[in-house]
Ligand binder design. Structure first.
Ligand code: FAD
Length: 418
């Protein structure tokens, strides 16, 4: 069997894999990416956050992405009936990027993979990791191409960016259930001829359809818009027929989407994804680190997935470089804790969204601009800024704020009655 030697083997050519591969390669190490699919390939996750730009910049990808003319994104809008809450990243509290992109992931991921390949990192497409043997931190990985040919890769370190493939957690029984309720998404790309040019396409819109059910609207620069419904799996059972019939009935059932998307042309048949939340006990081990979705993926609301993938890879890559140089790395303190800090901040917001706490905050009239800016920074992905009280106290601050709003409104309405 053929054997190849590298310093670092990266599993997966999604954003997690390519960001890590680029940063480690730039430090002078021999890196190889192994990717199961042929690119371009479809994957969901189309709305980025400004914080991802720091990582994409360090990976040297910004110019290549800019050249593709993806839709620029400047904010996020939330809608519930007649109530509206618009966040503009320029108004955020934490200094940083104030814009990002909305992308078709097939094109975006191919752009990153081509860019890293042009830098000199080989990418083996249609090649699947099937087995890994560790000997201390060194490893021998078995890979298989589509013709069934097997070969091995000897590496000093592995970055597992295999996303939903979860290669190392599956091979080494590190899987753990998420504490989030299972949810389902039904989505498609639409030829959006009745797009509102007043406040779109430069932002994502999240529409509260009913408690626990919401819709994403993500316009692309091509005139196509991604529209997806997310809710409890049982919610979708109430709609009879094929997935397309369900999808069109849902577009019709929501006043915000009804006229714009009536009889809209679909680019592909509506697709379903469900029960996506997953995690593992530990995001590192002797000779490997997990990045991106393999660590933990929560939920599509707040578009945190690609940003957490890019930032975890950016952090991990620098630690891998130090490890290869023979320096000590405290993986728990330097990787697990900051990664969990980001994931847990978003977890509080995801839970507050489904509990309705964020409805109270988002749809309050005359919001305090300082508080709005602080929450806006979380929505921009700056979830490591401990000077932001809505990051530092993410698990209590939202509930406290919602209670204060409710109390003030109660007092106001009782004084109006008197
Ligand atoms: P991926 O992009 O999944 O890349 C992993 C790669 O590894 C794949 O190309 C795969 O083929 C490869 N691979 C897998 N197994 C193997 C193997 N054995 N050998 C070799 N290669 C392998 N995120 C956002 O940021 N914004 C959004 O708007 C958003 N919307 C979402 C909507 C839904 C319904 C869901 C479920 C998720 C959404 N996400 C969103 C999350 C987003 O999809 C992921 O967080 C993101 O794709 C993670 O990137 P990654 O690089 O970790 O993994």
């Amino acid at each position: 069997m053929k054997t190849e030697q590298v310093d670092v083997l990266v599993i997966g050519a999604g954003p997690a894999g390519t960001v890590a591969a680029s940063i480690i390669h730039q430090a002078g190490y021999k890196v190889k990416i192994v990717e199961k699919m042929k690119f371009p390939r479809f994957v969901i996750g189309e709305s980025l956050l400004p914080r991802s730009m720091d990582a994409l910049e360090e990976a040297g990808f910004i110019d290549a992405i800019k050249a593709k003319g993806f839709q620029q994104k400047y904010g996020a809008k939330f809608v519930k009936g007649d109530a509206l809450c618009d966040f503009t990243f320029q108004e955020q509290y934490t200094p940083g990027w104030t814009w990002t992109w909305q992308v078709t992931r097939a094109d975006f991921d191919k752009t990153l993979a081509d860019a890293v390949e042009a830098m000199g990192v080989p990418v083996s497409y249609e090649t699947t990791v099937t087995d890994i043997r560790f000997n201390g931190s060194d490893s021998v990985t078995t890979i298989e191409d589509t013709a069934g040919n097997k070969s091995t890769i000897e590496a000093r370190f592995i970055v597992d960016g295999s996303g939903y493939g979860r290669v190392i957690p599956r091979l080494f029984n590190l899987e753990k259930n998420s504490n989030l309720q299972p949810r389902k998404a039904l989505f498609a790309h639409t030829v959006d001829e009745r797009r509102s040019m007043a406040d779109e396409p430069n932002r994502i819109t999240a529409v509260v359809h009913k408690k626990g059910v919401w819709i994403w609207i993500i316009p692309f620069s091509t005139g196509v818009t991604s529209v997806g419904f997310v809710g409890d799996p049982e919610f979708f059972d109430a709609y009879p027929g094929t997935d397309e019939e369900k999808y069109r009935a849902l577009l019709e059932a929501e006043p915000y989407t009804r006229e714009r998307f009536r009889d809209v042309e679909l680019v592909f048949e509506p697709r379903i994804l469900q029960s996506w939340s997953a995690t593992t006990d530990k995001f590192y081990g002797d000779g490997f680190v997990l990045t991106g979705n393999v660590t933990e993926f929560l939920d599509p609301i707040f578009s945190s997935g690609v940003t957490l993938a890019c930032v975890s890879s950016q952090t991990a890559a620098k630690l891998v470089i130090r490890k290869l140089r023979g320096e000590d790395v405290d993986w728990e303190k330097e990787y697990m804790e900051p990664t969990m800090q980001g994931v847990n901040t978003f977890r509080s917001y995801v839970m507050a969204w489904y509990e309705g706490t964020l409805d109270t905050i988002f749809f309050k009239k005359d919001a305090d601009p300082v508080i709005k800016g602080q929450i806006c920074s979380v929505l921009a992905g700056y979830v490591w800024d401990m000077s932001n009280p809505f990051v530092k106290n993410h698990d209590t601050a939202l509930k406290r704020l919602a209670r204060t709003i409710e109390l003030t409104e109660k007092l106001k309405s009782s004084s109006e009655i008197e």
